[in-house]
Design a protein around this ligand. Structure first.
Ligand SMILES: *Cc1c(COP(=O)(O)O)cnc(C)c1O
Length: 415
């Protein structure tokens, strides 16, 4: 197991770390691990089961398994692979990204506690923090601009238990300064939780001082848009606390992942780094060329974007600046015309929410994925009605895709 001693991200390479993990073979010597299709596990002698309940035996102590909601070998193996990728001590896979996020927040916060969250986050997370948690659990969130570090610091009160950010935020692509936020969290004895869904391999938040990393595996990590899944990576003791029989939110809310899905995702992990590199290279090239055409583009790889320098300081440069950019078409009518043309005339991409797929996916965040936000919060976050978010895919050749994009943009923006 790796340790989570803070080292600079340049000392840690996620792909090398993954290759260091002992390979799990299948039951009959298969090169891939078997799918463990059992929900309950037998023991050789009667005193073993109570020992598992008392925490004296488990997957890491004699390979003892008990019940699938607790740990399943196939799901456990994927959690180990993801922990290795993050440089975390432990990982647990959930049935969705929201399952991971909600369980982690409920584990860290009790009734009356408060959360400081970035004002530009995924719409589902925003609704959980803004609407669900205060009403159902008495946990209140203050939304802040996490770029403003002194404001973050001054917003912490004795009730604050968590700082919650996305490494690269959805959809505005702001980049969080994780080392600086981690320092603030440590100083106040609170936890920094980072959603790294947009930037797997690109940034290793745990190595930069974050306490907990959450993922929607549904996006880049699985990459095929066929499975909903999530993960939590953290210290052994935190994951153990989430499995507690009385107060563990993974154990008691039960959002575990299905072993068939875990197996499928684990078969796609070895080529994640090839996919991320290609997503990033194409997004950088297209965003530069669009900017040269005179289009307003938001992309953390472009000069003038506040996130560029942060990513260059904290990120693993070979994975680039990510596969997502936004173009501002000015009005929602033009945004819709652009997406219609790109899908139905040019065959450049597909109008759909989600991201990290082999094909380009396009949405208009203000009216879809961020529509949970109030009009005022949308405006404050800069999510304009004419914004189109593109998750750039890697099918087709680069110049074929560029020519499709260029023709559509020139036509709709009358360039
Ligand atoms: C999609 C997404 C989620 C939610 O994940 P699900 O797997 O759909 O539950 C959380 N955070 C970010 C940044 C996302 O893009």
């Amino acid at each position: 197991m790796p340790t989570s001693t803070p080292v600079s991200s340049s000392d840690f390479h996620p792909v090398e770390a993954m290759a260091d993990l002992r390979h799990e073979f299948g039951e009959h010597g298969g090169v891939n691990m078997s799918i463990e299709a059992s929900t309950t596990f037998s023991v050789l002698d009667a005193k073993t089961l109570p020992e598992i309940f008392r925490g004296l035996r488990g997957p890491d102590q004699c390979g003892c398994f008990l019940y699938g909601r607790h740990f399943n070998p196939t799901v456990y193996n994927l959690g180990k692979q993801l922990a290795q990728m993050e440089g975390a001590e432990a990982g647990y896979c959930t049935s969705s990204g929201m399952g991971a996020i909600s369980s982690v927040l409920l584990q860290c916060c009790d009734m009356g506690d408060e959360i400081l969250a970035s004002s530009t986050i995924y719409g589902g997370t925003y609704a959980l923090l803004h609407d669900y948690l205060p009403k159902k659990c008495g946990i209140k969130t203050h939304f802040v601009d996490v770029q403003d570090l002194s404001f973050v610091m001054n917003s912490i009160t004795p009730k604050t238990k968590v700082i919650y950010v996305e490494t690269i935020s959805n959809p505005m692509l702001q980049v969080a300064d994780i080392p600086a936020l981690a320092q603030i969290a440590k100083k106040h004895g609170i936890k920094l939780i980072v959603d790294n869904t947009f930037s797997p391999l690109m940034v290793s938040p745990i190595k930069l001082g974050a306490d907990i990393v959450v993922y929607s595996l549904t996006k880049y990590i699985n990459g095929a848009s066929d499975i909903i899944a999530g993960a939590v990576c953290a210290s052994h003791s935190f994951i153990e606390s989430m499995m507690d029989l009385h107060l563990g939110s993974l154990m008691l809310l039960g959002p575990t992942l299905d072993p068939h899905s875990a197996s499928a995702i684990s078969l796609r992990l070895p080529h994640l780094y090839l996919r991320i590199k290609e997503h990033s290279q194409r997004a950088l090239l297209f965003s530069k060329r669009l900017k040269d055409l005179g289009v307003t583009v938001i992309y953390p790889g472009l000069e003038g974007h506040s996130g560029k320098k942060i990513l260059e300081r904290v990120g693993h440069q070979e994975f680039g600046y990510g596969g997502i950019f936004c173009v501002d078409m000015g009005t929602s009518e033009k945004a819709n015309q652009l997406m219609d043309t790109l899908q139905n005339e040019q065959k450049f991409g597909i109008m759909a929410v989600s991201l990290g797929f082999s094909e380009t996916l396009m949405t208009c965040p203000a009216s879809t994925t961020s529509s949970e936000m109030t009009d005022e919060d949308l405006r404050k976050s800069g999510i304009l009605p004419g914004l189109v978010r593109m998750s750039i895919g890697y099918t087709g050749t680069v110049e074929q895709r560029w020519s499709q994009l260029e023709q559509a943009v020139k036509k709709i923006a009358s360039l």
